[in-house]
Design a protein around this ligand. Sequence first.
Ligand SMILES: C[S@@+](CC[C@H](N)C(=O)[O-])C[C@H]1O[C@@H](n2cnc3c(N)ncnc32)[C@H](O)[C@@H]1O
Length: 299
Amino acid sequence: MPEANRFAAVGEMTRNALIKNLSVRFEETHLPQPGDDARALVCGLLDLDLTDLVLAGKEAVSEDDVARILSAAERRCRHEPVHRILGWRAFYGRDFLLSPETLEPRPDTETLVSAVLPLSRSVIAARGRCRVIDLGTGTGAIGLTLLCELPQAEGTGTDISQDALATARRNAQRLGVSDRFRTICGNWFDAVEGEYDLVVSNPPYIRHGVIATLDEDVRGFDPVVALDGGVDGLDGYRSIAAGAMSHLAPGGHIAVETGYDQQDAVCGIFQDHHFRCLERITDFGGNDRVLIFSRKPQA
Ligand SMILES: C[S@@+](CC[C@H](N)C(=O)[O-])C[C@H]1O[C@@H](n2cnc3c(N)ncnc32)[C@H](O)[C@@H]1O
C-alpha cells in the first residue's frame, strides 16, 4: 500500500488495529521490538494500561488521537526512543519525567536501588535518618526513589547539567519528596559540603571510542555527557573515589553502578583511595552491575 494510503486508513481504526498498524510499520523500518514499541506508544499516548487493551481493545480511537499517534510513530521510525517521545519513563514503579539533558533511567539501575535499601534501613534504625547523595542524578531516578522508599531519608542530587537538575526537582515535586531533596550543580564532589551516610552514583561509564558505535536510539537521544566516561570509561569513578573520603560519614557506604566488564578496574580505583569492596552485585541479566564500598578499617 502506498505510504499516504496506509496512514489514511488508520483514521477508522480501533486501538488494537492501530497497534497492529504501527507494529507493521516499525517492522518495515527494522526496529528491533516493533510490537512492544507499538503497544507502549499507543498505551502511553492514550494513557491506557494493558488491562484497558484487553477489555477495550476494540474501542475506536478519535481522529485527533490517531493524528497524534501517527506523528509519534514517525518519530519512532527516525529512531527516537518510545519514552523520549512520551517524555517520561518508569523506574522502580514510578514515572520520571525526561528532558533533553537527562539519561533515560534503565532497568539495570534498579539493581543499585535494591542493593542499598537494606543498608539505608540499617542507618535509619541506628540514627533515625539517612543522608543520601546521588552524584550525577539525571532525572533523580536513584536518589528520589530512595527518598520515596525511605520516609526518614534526606537527599541531595548533583549534576553537571542544570537542565537535568531542573528535571530532577520537577520529579521530586511530582513524587511528593521535594521537602527532603535539594540539588547542587557541579563536577562530582566539587561543590558538595558536609557528610553523607550513603553515596550513590551511576556515572557515565562508556569508553569514549565506543560512543560512535552505540545504537542510534542511544547515541542520537541520550546526552553524551551522561554516557561518555572518558578514554577508558572510568573518569567518573576516579573523581568520585577521590572526593568520597571527605564526604562519607563514619560507617557510611558508597554504591556505584558499573559496566559489566569494569568491576575489577573500579574496585582498584576505590582501593587506591582507602575503600574496600564489600559486595559485587549482578543485574537481572546476570551481568556485574553494582559495587558497594566502605572505608578500609584503620590499620
Ligand atoms: C549515566 S547518567 C545517570 C543518570 C541517573 N543517575 C540514572 O541513573 O538514570 C550520568 C549522569 O552524570 C551526570 N554527569 C556527567 N558528568 C558529570 C560530572 N562531571 N559531574 C557531575 N555529574 C556529571 C550526567 O549529566 C548524567 O546525568
